[in-house]
Design a protein around this ligand. Structure first.
Ligand code: ZN
Length: 167
């Protein structure tokens, strides 16, 4: 991936027990890997070597020495509800909802590249081609994104979550 960017925002590894967080975080522009293996030690090693913050509901991770001594940052997610989970993160880590929207693939975390409408003409539904002008493509999974109603709805939801206090 592009290694010469200057931003230093938090990057994450999302444990499978809070997997839905990955899409929301990618949507905001936060580099977030999804971990669906069984070997927690592998996840911990990867987090350490790549400087990522672990998000999990597994209290066992929180008891590890590397977390206790501060070498590894991990956040214990309190709720089972995805909306409250993202709300907890936004509040606790002071995340920016619109950090770099539309830059990472929501499915695979790969950086998106811009495409002209001509380039995607045969790959998006005709009504989309007629109404949308801005497109992004994931070079890894070939998914094409546009700022349609679904996208706007998710952004609005995020903004709402960011301004609602956890009660
Ligand atoms: Zn992708």
């Amino acid at each position: 991936m592009s290694g010469n960017n200057t931003f230093s925002e938090t990057r994450f590894i999302v444990d499978h027990n809070v997997g839905k967080l990955a899409k929301w975080l990618r949507m905001m522009g936060y580099d977030s890997l999804f971990f669906d293996g069984d070997d927690d030690s592998y996840m911990v090693r990867q987090a350490l070597s790549e400087g990522r913050t672990i998000l999990t509901r597994d209290t066992g991770i929180m008891k590890r020495r590397v977390v206790n001594n501060g070498r590894l940052r991990a956040v214990l997610i309190e709720s089972e509800e995805p909306e409250r989970q993202i709300q907890q993160l936004i509040t606790e880590l002071d995340l920016k909802v619109n950090l770099r929207p539309f830059t990472l693939c929501m499915e695979c975390n790969h950086p998106l590249v811009e495409r002209s409408s001509e380039e995607v003409k045969d790959r998006v539904p005709p009504y989309v081609y007629k109404t949308q002008t801005q497109y992004m493509e994931c070079p890894a999974c070939r998914r094409i994104y546009w700022r349609g109603t679904h996208w706007e709805a998710m952004v609005k939801k995020l903004e709402k979550l960011a301004t609602t206090n956890i009660s």
